[in-house]
Ligand binder design. Structure first.
Ligand code: C2E
Ligand code: MG
Ligand code: MG
Length: 711
């Protein structure tokens, strides 16, 4: 009997026992048999149940033979006779179970085909009952699930790997849906944000992100949803405790079967790194001892201003400072003390720092200052401020030390068109200062005014000017444009020093303001003007009014009004004889200004706004403040004939002043044509060289009053 026939006989016998009868039945059996035998990939074993119980192979289909590596010889044999012991007892046990439970038994199976190929099976044992309802056969169907099992194992392994990567990652990893809802967050994410995973999974990733970065990140996530993996630096995330973290964000789409299922958002905390970067940057551009900018920054700043496409040809000053006798201090007190003194100097100099002024330490006791948008004159005034910073002593270990600086200045572009030249020339100027006795300053290029450039000496001289009687007042008449009458004049301060000669107010008034000397000088001026008025009154010039300039600093002195009152009383001055001139700048703070102005008004004094049109104040103060007159700044008058804008501004100011009932005076009128324009525009009074320069009181009497006033 060949294999198929013999097998067929077994099968036929088996089927005829258990299934159908008759011809049709036989055909049917054949078909079923074919299917089972040849086509079904599952392994089919039919076992005969005998007493014992013993299970004998009755039928095995082709798949069963192959995969279980059995041959026809096994038919009629038991598990124990055919299989290795382990396997036989395993199967025996499972088959016995079917007798016990008296129903279907399922189990998973795992064996090696041919001793080497791993096979996973899912087996179902179905009992077949005899007429007396005993289990006489068992049909075992084993499905080969090797592929699926291995696949599942692979998936499980991948899953574990994924979790291992995610859970142990140092970066915070979020899984979110395309709307931003957080689905999962790893332990690092919990660390980074300070929220528990549970707290986070009810939130949106956007809740964590700083408002300012929200649009950027939303854009990033939207784009990721279309399949891109993206990243961005510099995003801020808010920790649950409120602090801001700087993070690097990377996003990746999760694509499953070609569709975006969600996204990964990976955050790396760069706060530390950012801090380190800041520190590195800070260290590269700052001097470590003092925290000031260093030489490298100076070069960068210089180049930025020299080569800037926008700001070219803006004048600026490079100021080189060296501390006098510092080396001596350092040598005698030790480096520690030296360092402390340098820090002290740095902290004073850094008070000057603003967006137009930068301070650098170049090394040792050398400092530099870059003063932007300045003029030679303004730089000179600025340097006087530097000197005042050193006027107070320094302390180290409760010992007092006086330190003076020597200063050299070079101006861009006059003294050099590149950084190197400017530095070299500022140093050269400094060197000349040192040579000539230190503690003063010098420009690289000296000019005619250089006699005034030594602010320190200038200041010392100015302090003594009042005592030494070097100050005096000149008077400049204010002329009625229509009839040429002079009923008022402005008192202008003059200083004549025996060594330095005449020093113009434009040089010493700013210095006096900076040093506070203006206050005592100002009182002197008020008293002087009052005493002059009294002399004129005594001489019979009764309706003369004198205008006194009050500097902003003096204006704020609480003593100002009482002092004026005192002077008026002492010299018996009629209130109408006094006018004070203040600039728009002095009136900037409305709350402070109005009460002072009202007090002055109560004394009966008139108030004029000096240099009108050059300040920043809004016109509304004209209405609010009790003002009597406007003095149009001479800069408008200067070009009134040639510059249509200046002419328009002047005319407008005149109209404005008149409509508010104010007296309008034009300053700096130098010629007939200017006067004619002002007359036509309806200006009340003019003041200027055209009529008269400021002159001493006696000249005013003889040249002006005599001809205009009837005694
Ligand atoms: P200011 O109050 O605007 O004074 C007018 C300035 O213009 C005076 O300069 C005067 O000499 C000058 N000036 C007059 N007519 C003409 C002219 O036709 N052409 C030109 N180019 N200039 C003319 P000065 O005397 O040099 O004073 C300059 C500034 O110093 C004054 O400007 C004022 O702000 C201040 N000042 C003068 N004296 C005092 C004072 O006693 N106290 C205070 N706080 N400041 C004073
Ligand atoms: Mg004035
Ligand atoms: Mg003026």
């Amino acid at each position: 009997m060949d294999f198929e026939e013999r097998d067929m006989t077994h099968m036929n016998q088996f089927l005829s026992n258990v299934l159908v009868e008759g011809k049709a039945g036989q055909r049917m059996q054949k078909i079923i048999f074919d299917i089972i035998f040849q086509h079904i990939q599952d392994m089919v074993f039919v076992m005969k149940v005998e007493k014992g119980p013993l299970f004998r192979y009755l039928f095995i289909n082709e798949a069963g033979m192959q995969k279980a590596n059995l041959s026809l010889e096994v038919i009629g044999k038991t598990f124990q006779e055919v299989l290795p012991m382990n396997r036989a007892s395993m199967l025996q046990q499972k088959y016995e179970k079917i007798l016990k439970v008296n129903g279907v038994v399922k189990f998973d199976d795992h064996f090696f085909y041919n001793g080497q190929y791993e096979v996973y099976g899912e087996t179902i044992l179905t009992p077949i009952y005899s007429d007396v309802n005993e289990i006489s056969f068992v049909v075992g169907v084993t499905r080969d699930v090797t592929e699926r099992t291995l696949e599942n194992k692979k998936i499980a392994r991948n899953e574990q790997r994924y979790h291992s990567i995610v859970d142990n990652n140092l970066d915070a990893i979020f899984m979110i849906n395309p709307l931003g809802k957080i689905l999962e967050a790893n332990p690092a994410a919990v660390m980074l944000t300070g929220y528990s995973e549970k707290q986070m999974t009810s939130r949106s990733i956007y809740d964590l992100i700083h408002d300012a970065d929200l649009d950027k990140i939303k854009g990033l996530i939207e784009k990721t949803c279309s399949g891109y993996s993206l990243e961005t630096l510099d995003c801020r995330v808010t920790h649950s405790k409120g602090q801001q973290l700087i993070v690097h964000i990377k996003t990746a789409p999760i694509v499953i079967h070609g569709e975006i299922d969600g996204l990964f958002v990976i955050l790396k905390d760069l706060s530390e790194q950012a801090k380190n970067m800041e520190l590195i940057k800070y260290m590269a551009f700052h001097d470590q001892l003092t925290g000031l900018y260093n030489r490298r920054t100076l070069l960068e700043h210089l180049n930025a201003h020299i080569y800037s496409p926008v700001k070219n040809s803006q004048e600026f000053a490079l100021i080189s400072i060296d501390l006098d006798r510092f080396k001596h201090l350092n040598d005698t007190l030790g480096h520690l003390a030296g360092d402390e003194i340098l820090k002290g100097v740095a902290s004073r100099l850094s008070q000057l720092q603003n967006n137009q002024c930068y301070v650098y330490r170049i090394g040792g006791d050398e400092f530099n200052i870059l003063l932007l948008n300045t003029t030679r004159k303004a730089a000179g005034i600025f340097v006087s401020k530097v000197f005042t910073l050193f006027s107070q002593s320094f302390y180290f270990n409760s010992q007092e030390y006086f330190i003076s600086p020597s200063i050299g200045i070079s101006m861009y572009p006059l003294d050099g068109r590149d950084a190197e030249m400017l530095i070299k020339n500022a140093d050269e100027a400094l060197f000349r200062v040192k040579e000539r006795g230190k503690a003063h300053y010098q420009f690289y290029r000296t000019d005619m005014n250089s006699v005034f450039t030594n602010v320190v000496t200038l200041e010392t001289q100015l302090r003594k000017a009042i005592e030494k009687g070097e100050l005096c007042l000149f008077y400049q008449p204010q002329v009625n444009v229509r009839n040429g009458e002079v009923k008022s004049c402005e008192a202008l301060l003059r200083w004549k020093n025996k060594d330095l000669g005449y020093i113009p107010p434009s040089v010493f008034i700013p210095l006096a303001e900076d040093t506070g000397l203006i206050i005592s000088i100002g009182y002197w001026v008020i008293e002087q003007a009052c005493s002059q008025l009294k002399r004129w009154n005594d001489q019979g010039y009764l309706d003369i009014r004198v205008a006194i300039n009050i500097s902003p600093k003096q204006f704020q002195q609480p003593n100002l009004v009482p002092f004026i009152e005192w002077a008026m009383e002492k010299y018996q001055i009629a209130p109408a004889s006094l006018e004070i001139e203040i600039t728009e700048g002095a009136m900037r703070d409305t709350n402070e200004t109005i009460p002072i102005l009202i007090k002055l008004k109560k004394l009966g004094i008139s108030i004029a706004v000096d240099d009108f049109g050059t300040g920043y104040s809004s016109l509304s103060y004209l209405k609010q403040f009790p003002i009597d007159g406007l003095k149009i700044d001479q800069s408008f008058i200067k070009d009134i004939l040639t510059d249509a804008k200046d002419a328009a501004i002047t005319t407008t100011i005149i109209h404005l002043g008149k409509s508010l009932g104010l007296e309008v005076i034009a300053e700096g009128v130098e010629n007939q044509l200017q006067k004619d324009v002002l007359l036509a525009a309806g200006c009340h009074k003019i003041q200027g060289y055209y009529y008269s320069r400021p002159i001493p009181a006696d000249e005013l009497e003889s040249q002006v009053f005599m001809s205009h006033h009837s005694k």
